[in-house]
Write a protein that binds this ligand. Sequence first.
Ligand SMILES: Nc1ncnc2c1ncn2[C@@H]1O[C@H](COP(=O)(O)OP(=O)(O)OP(=O)(O)O)[C@@H](O)[C@H]1O
Ligand SMILES: [Mg+2]
Length: 260
Amino acid sequence: MNPSDSMGYAAPTHPTNSPTPPPPHSLSMYPAISIRQLNHYYGHGPLKKQVLFNINLDINRGEIIILTGPSGSGKTTLLTLMGGLRSVQAGNLSILGQELLHATKEQMTLARRNIGFIFQAHNLLNFLTAYQNVEMALEIQDITAAEADTRIRTVLSAVGLEHRIDYYPSGLSGGQKQRVAIARALVSQPKIILADEPTAALDKKSGRDVVEIMENLARKQGCTILLVTHDNRILDLADRIIYMEDGSLVSRSDVAAIAQ
Ligand SMILES: Nc1ncnc2c1ncn2[C@@H]1O[C@H](COP(=O)(O)OP(=O)(O)OP(=O)(O)O)[C@@H](O)[C@H]1O
Ligand SMILES: [Mg+2]
């Protein structure tokens, strides 16, 4: 990507032979995520502490971004703000054109419907099978039972779990559980995936495998990914790497040079 595009409105990064149709004109007018002068604080009164400082960032549709940086630098805080899991206090943050500053609960809920979340701890429900865990993510979707069934089986096959569909989490390896979590995040075909250290509990091979699966599925669906990681071994999978230090962003688009 051209360095001048790092904060701008670059063309989609899909290869030209991508099966993903271009977004409708009206939707292509704004980035997937747009952040201006974002500040964030924890605590109140004398304990109030600023943790994000003047964040400015545009993430284009279909981009795969890795966000990295030292522990405590504010990555999870930023991710939860982008996901509508935490209220914006100061500055502007819009998701697919929807402003989250002063958003109502209903508007936050609607924004979250466009987002698939994947966390370090896969957060599967132990009393549900792989199939049922994925099915839960479809409950708010307006689709028929037959279509839901097809989608669940297709996405579980896509992550290589067609033979584990009826297994409970206790019968799955760490990598397999994380793949169920990816299937669950992708089954509703969200426009944005936010993943917080999805490979932290995995060995090198499984970690890379799950990110590659996520990336391939997301590219097919034209989905934007923001992935927080400390894992240097997967940096090359990103279109762009963003560094966070002490609550501020340092953006670089020359991924190839950094990943070497
Ligand atoms: N709920 C909270 N209340 C008060 N302070 C918090 C809270 N959550 C995080 N912090 C503080 O905010 C700062 C940023 O934390 P955050 O979890 O966003 O960092 P991080 O970059 O995700 O770190 P890590 O790589 O360890 O996950 C840290 O100083 C942390 O102690
Ligand atoms: Mg974190």
